[in-house]
Design a binder for this molecule. Sequence first.
Ligand SMILES: Nc1ncnc2c1ncn2[C@@H]1O[C@H](COP(=O)(O)OP(=O)(O)OP(=O)(O)O)[C@@H](O)[C@H]1O
Ligand code: SF4
Ligand SMILES: [Mg+2]
Length: 359
Amino acid sequence: MTEYIKNVAVKNPDLSVDDGEEDNFILIIENLKVYFELRKRGIQHAGFVRAVDGVDLKLRRGETIAIVGESGCGKTSLMKTILRINTPTGGTITFDGEIINDLKSNDLKNLRRKIGFVQQDPYGALAPFMDVQTIIEEPLKINGVKDRNERYERVRQALEEVRLTPVEDFLKKFPHQLSGGQQQRVVIARAMILNPILLVADEPVSMLDASVRVEILKLLRTLQEEHNLAVIYITHDLATVRYFSEFIYVMYAGQVIEKAPESQLINETAHPYSHALLAATSDPDPKNVDEFQEVPAGEPPSLVAPPAGCRFHPRCDQMISGLCDVKRPSEFDLGNKHTVACWLFKDRPVVYDFETPES
Ligand SMILES: Nc1ncnc2c1ncn2[C@@H]1O[C@H](COP(=O)(O)OP(=O)(O)OP(=O)(O)O)[C@@H](O)[C@H]1O
Ligand code: SF4
Ligand SMILES: [Mg+2]
């Protein structure tokens, strides 16, 4: 047995991730697949990019989860599918009690009213020709808030909540007149203006100066607590997760390979890829920003023709030949709501047996 196994405590093997309280979940994702078709010369089918390939995820009102993984592992594709910007290829997404796979027009508008969205690049997210007031009140107009005074009051309140004060100093400014951190605060104010029940933040601080990253993460945390928001925080950097996520999903090549409560995953890391990711984290605190960290060695695999068996096996120094390169690892229960998809843990109870090799 390896040191990975020794490091993982099995404290409560009877506790599974799903405790059966279905009614409390606002988001249930089951076996979600999001494939993008590739075409040669624009017409001939040339395969699929399997950006999300069999993901399960559950989220309750007021809970915060982080989805962590390196570039290209499918985080944004997953997020865009929850917002129904992408259409699922397979599986189901149930949001607020309703399956959203096939929603159209008005129902989609209603869905997006309930989900706030903060993306990576604040400047790209803001129309350069609109001032702050126009940007933040736009969702109110689209959703039928006709009273101009009501809109003004709600914009003021949103700016106060994201600490862009005095409000008068910001209402008439254009995006290029704001710093990156201030722009991201405007994006957050716009995401919050319709009182969503879920906030999806896709790498919200990765394009910001180190000096403002922690402030923005703390602001998101405050808003989450004050509004009892569910939050999905997407990041490539495990170090930023501790600022507000209760539960971590680690993604690799379109699949979730480990999930656990935050401290459990950080302190009792099981999957070799999560170990590599953790070793590669950078501290968002500006005091520690000079400590350069290596990314996990090797390249992420092609999502058009992913490796057989465990998708991490070409990069894994723990690889068990004849097993890891042949059969997709089952999901094993490590106790304490901690599961891992890795053959190193094959003596643990199986939570889920995946189908074996996809073509
Ligand atoms: N609309 C699309 N058409 C074709 N391929 C796509 C499309 N959107 C994403 N992809 C591909 O899907 C894979 C996953 O991309 P995605 O943007 O979800 O990754 P990510 O984890 O968000 O990466 P990053 O950390 O760099 O933002 C990539 O190979 C990407 O090229
Ligand atoms: S299943 Fe095998 S190749 Fe994959 S992470 Fe575990 S040990 Fe490494
Ligand atoms: Mg992304």
